[in-house]
Write a protein that binds this ligand. Structure first.
Ligand code: CDT
Length: 326
């Protein structure tokens, strides 16, 4: 049996700070038209795909900050993309800054949605792993203020869409084993991930040369270890002076990359993804019901970090560790 989903990567090049939603929606629409012409069921866009990656700035004026968020989805400036989706019969994933009013106050999330071929939202996800920092750190070449500008999401739901089980993650989430496993135990067959990843990470410049390697490493491992497709999509190129990686790709449940972008601009890449390719992984090596041992994993949810060692003593922080003189 085969269940094919023709999936397109809708990679974006940079979005300047002055670019408007209608301008961006036009670029997204051009990619959607191309994907439709290529017979795609689904196009995947990046994280925060409607604006520049604004957490790189410390913004003090609340009105200026709020302008980067969507109050409704679809809203007046994004409705055209939903209309095109319905007209062409193609679904999409997109990331955006969400401004919500919940439990008596305004909340901000780094959010993504899956939209089906009729232009209807079938799933929403709020980024769980928010990287960076909450306070202004002027020593950095640029800020990464996601911890200031967003609240963390609380779970990794999966959704029935495109004839299979779909999940979502956003950028930094893709580096965490737990992201994939949480959806893996819900039977996920395709995980859609948008990202904005600067080549340079100010606290760890020694990782800069490895940024593309790490991008592939985590998505390939996540796909294989959970027997799922993974579609990773960048906003790439030099955006407001910050160089962001490309490396958008589609990873099969085998862990193999089957399609990838080659530029750092607006670019389409596609693959014919058979969701039933997940089966042999989910039924053999990663048959969770047969082989997982949750009773041995209790620390995973009981604590955040190293905590105590088996003998009850605290684990020293990495930088406090000294070599045993013996
Ligand atoms: N957008 C986002 O989550 N970016 C982070 C940069 C962190 S620096 C390693 C990422 O994990 O790609």
């Amino acid at each position: 049996m085969s269940r094919f989903v023709n999936a397109a990567i809708g990679q974006l090049g940079p979005i300047a700070r002055h670019e408007t939603r209608p301008q961006v929606v036009q670029r997204l629409s051009a990619l959607m038209h191309q994907a439709h012409q290529m017979g795609c069921d689904l196009i995947v866009y990046p994280e925060l795909a409607l604006t520049t990656f604004f957490p790189r700035w410390y913004i003090e004026d609340p009105a200026e900050l709020d302008a980067f968020y969507e109050r409704e989805m679809p809203g007046p400036e994004t409705q055209a993309l939903f209309d095109l989706s319905r007209q062409l019969g193609i679904g999409f994933y997109i990331g955006y800054g969400e401004l919500a009013f919940e439990e008596g106050r305004t909340r901000r999330y780094n959010t993504s949605i899956i939209v089906d071929k009729r232009g209807a939202i079938v799933g929403k996800y709020r980024k769980v792993h928010l990287p960076g920092h909450a306070e202004h750190e002027p020593w950095r070449a640029f800020q990464h203020l996601e911890k200031r500008y967003f609240e963390a999401g609380k779970d990794f739901p999966v959704f029935h869409a495109f004839g299979g089980v779909f999940g979502m993650a956003i950028c930094n989430d893709r580096r965490w084993t737990e992201t994939y496993r949480e959806m893996g135990v819900q039977g996920v067959e395709m995980i859609l991930i948008g990202y904005n990843t600067p080549v340079h990470n100010p606290p760890a410049p020694e990782h800069d040369d490895l940024s593309l390697f790490h991008n592939q490493l985590v998505m390939q491992a996540g796909a294989y270890q959970n027997g799922t497709w993974v579609v990773g999509v960048a906003k790439a190129g030099i955006e407001e002076g910050v160089d962001q990686i490309g490396g958008s790709c589609i990873v099969a449940p085998s862990g193999e990359i089957v399609a990838s972008c080659t530029t750092k601009g607006d670019e389409l890449a596609l693959a014919r993804c058979d969701l039933d390719l997940c089966n042999s992984f989910k039924e053999t090596t990663f048959n969770f019901d047969l082989h997982r041992q949750p009773e041995a994993y209790s620390r995973l949810v009981a604590r955040k970090g190293p905590g105590l060692m088996a003998d009850g003593t605290p684990v020293p922080s990495p930088s406090a560790r000294t070599k045993d003189p013996s």
